[in-house]
Design a protein around this ligand. Structure first.
Ligand code: ADP
Ligand code: MG
Length: 237
């Protein structure tokens, strides 16, 4: 079974003169435990692809299957529950809740998932924050954290409910090179050690070493050429 299967997915925004074909018959499979990168210029459809794959937006046509479940026909309520339990999002606008601490931002998603904020949840939040190098920042508000630290809290939040599929939009776009490498190292370690699958979209070619596989998107179309990057990885992942 694969973590994600897109088949002939089209997404068209607007109509008439305003019509934009953002995804043009995209088909894509992501294996369990695979870290897939999607590269493409601005406006090529990367964010649209993630929002459709994650059930935040309905495709115009085609099918979206996540971990064996076809979510194409789901209604809003079914989608919300599915997203909460099965998908982790790390999106560009980090969207931490501003009046909650780093730890509380993680615990909140456990609560959304219907779980209790018990010792288990607290231990998990604390161990994630420790793994992400934020142990001493757990009690800080987002406004008291740097951009890189906020990005790491967002990663912790996405992993809190152990979703089998994690979708990541331009994780390094607001970070300098060194911080970008650090955030990607942490993200990769968390994903790999938990056996999760991830789709990372980016136009940052400084982080491509972290990919198991890279596909290109141009004008809403994936190029058929997809390279296996596993032997090229300098850190031997
Ligand atoms: N909500 C929207 N309404 C209309 N057009 C949109 C909307 N979101 C994105 N688009 C258009 O769809 C195309 C793909 O956008 P997007 O997926 O954001 O690309 P990327 O993330 O690669 O920059 C662009 O032409 C963009 O202008
Ligand atoms: Mg985008």
């Amino acid at each position: 079974m694969s973590a994600l299967d897109l088949k002939d997915v089209r997404k068209v925004y607007g109509d008439g003169d305003q019509k934009v074909v953002a995804l043009d018959n995209v088909s894509l499979s992501v294996a369990d435990n695979e870290m897939l990168f999607i590269m493409g210029p601005s406006g090529s459809g990367k964010t649209t692809l993630l929002t459709v794959a994650g059930g935040l937006l309905q495709a115009t046509s085609g099918s979206v299957v996540v971990g064996g479940t076809d979510i194409s026909g789901f209604d809003g309520r079914e989608l919300a529950a599915f997203r909460r339990d099965r998908i982790g999002f790390v999106f560009q606008a980090v969207n931490l809740v501003p009046f909650l601490t780093a730890r509380e931002n993680l615990l909140l998603v456990r609560q959304f998932g219907g779980g209790k904020i018990d010792t288990d949840a607290r231990d998990r939040a604390d161990s994630l924050l420790t793994d992400l190098g934020l142990a001493d920042r757990a009690g800080n508000l987002p406004s008291q954290l740097s951009g890189g630290q906020q990005q790491r809290v967002a990663i912790g939040r996405a992993l809190m409910n152990e979703p089998p599929l994690v979708l990541v939009d331009e994780p390094t776009s607001s970070l300098d090179s060194e911080l970008g490498q650090q955030v990607m190292e942490l993200l990769t370690k968390e994903i790999k050690s938990r056996g999760l699958a991830a789709v990372v979209v980016t136009h940052d070619d400084r982080i491509l070493d972290f990919a198991d596989r890279i596909v290109q998107i141009v004008d809403g179309k994936l190029t058929s050429d997809s390279s296996d990057n596993s032997s090229a990885s300098p850190s031997g992942r």
